[in-house]
Design a protein around this ligand. Sequence first.
Ligand code: UD1
Ligand code: UDP
Length: 361
Amino acid sequence: MKKIDIVVGARPNYIKAFPVYEALMKTGNYNLRLINTGQHYDNNMSKIFFQQLGMKKPDVDLSVGSGSHAAQTAKIMINIEKEFLTKRPDLLIVFGDVNSTIAAALTATKLNIPIAHIEAGLRSFDRTMPEEINRLLTDQISNFLFTTSPEAENNLLAEGKKKQQIHFVGNTMIDSLVKFEKLFNCSQLLKKRNLTKNEYILVTLHRPSNVDNPTKLKDVANSLNKISERSKIIWPIHPRTWQKLTQYKIYLNEGIYITKPKGYLEFMGLQKHAKFIITDSGGVQEESTYFGIPCFTVRDNTERPITLSKGSNMLVGSDFTKLSNAISEFTNKEKRNKLVPKKWDGKAAERITSIINNKIL
Ligand code: UD1
Ligand code: UDP
């Protein structure tokens, strides 16, 4: 039986990996090993996703934890190399653009282990983002590239990848959404906070460019405080952001309901029933597009342009002092846009599995 290693480590990885693991397992053709790097480790950033998505416990837990980019990446590489050497896989599968992705891929390529990258070819063309470096490098050393949208193929071809390496399969994050949608539920949370469906704003922010700098984070808080005078806000706060808000002693209005990160089912309920969303998350831009919920992305660029051209996403730039105005203009027009991108249909993992079965292993 051929051996496949699936590597996860951070919150978005779990959601993208679950459907692929499940579809490969169903074939009965492979000896699968699930390796969790432990890049994310809080219960509500990691374990809760395994529980809610019904994913088995990892076969290997590297427990690397947090650190600088170099320290975290190096620690994953040192630990995962031992696993590859002890039990060499015939294929490594990695997801997205986090440090765990590049660390596992770089280790595998030096051992001549073939690599499949899921969510390949996304580009923000902004090399100050750590994720852009992770994406570029992972794609360069991957043998099989599974893409979520047609423009990703053009990016990969322009970087010298071969057409036969690229497979447009759709979006495995949307596979999870489709599978679990019936279970999305935020009613209890809304009731507890006296919030009404379709009347609150959901916020998520965690990009270093938005939250690491105290002046910038103060602008974020001022802007959200102003918006909360008109509409209630719910903000499940990422640990990076939580740490910075505390460190810089930044004040938020009572109209902003802050909470620790939420589990997948509750958070997705919050997305589905939001009036609109303010975010810098990659996954949320995609999920809100599927739901057709207006999404203000507070960044200067996005690696997911299809959510702008087809979906309900709007790039409003990273100047938070302008956010309130952008929102007022938008809500006045009441524009809602809903067009789900091609192949975001819950079947991406099936397509990936069939390609692995027929063409790769
Ligand atoms: C990482 C990814 C980012 C992704 C995000 C998803 C990289 C370079 N960044 O960013 O692309 O969008 O995950 O959420 O891989 N922390 C905790 N508990 C945890 C995890 C983190 O307290 O379980 C705190 C630590 O102080 C840590 C900080 O958050 O230093 C940042 O964590 P890290 O994994 O380095 O980056 P993220 O900001 O989470
Ligand atoms: N998410 C969640 N609870 C939260 C915030 C996010 O379950 O409190 C989910 C949501 O599905 C989102 C995914 O985690 O799309 C990825 O999260 P994140 O924004 O951290 O990462 P990114 O997609 O930006 O890499």
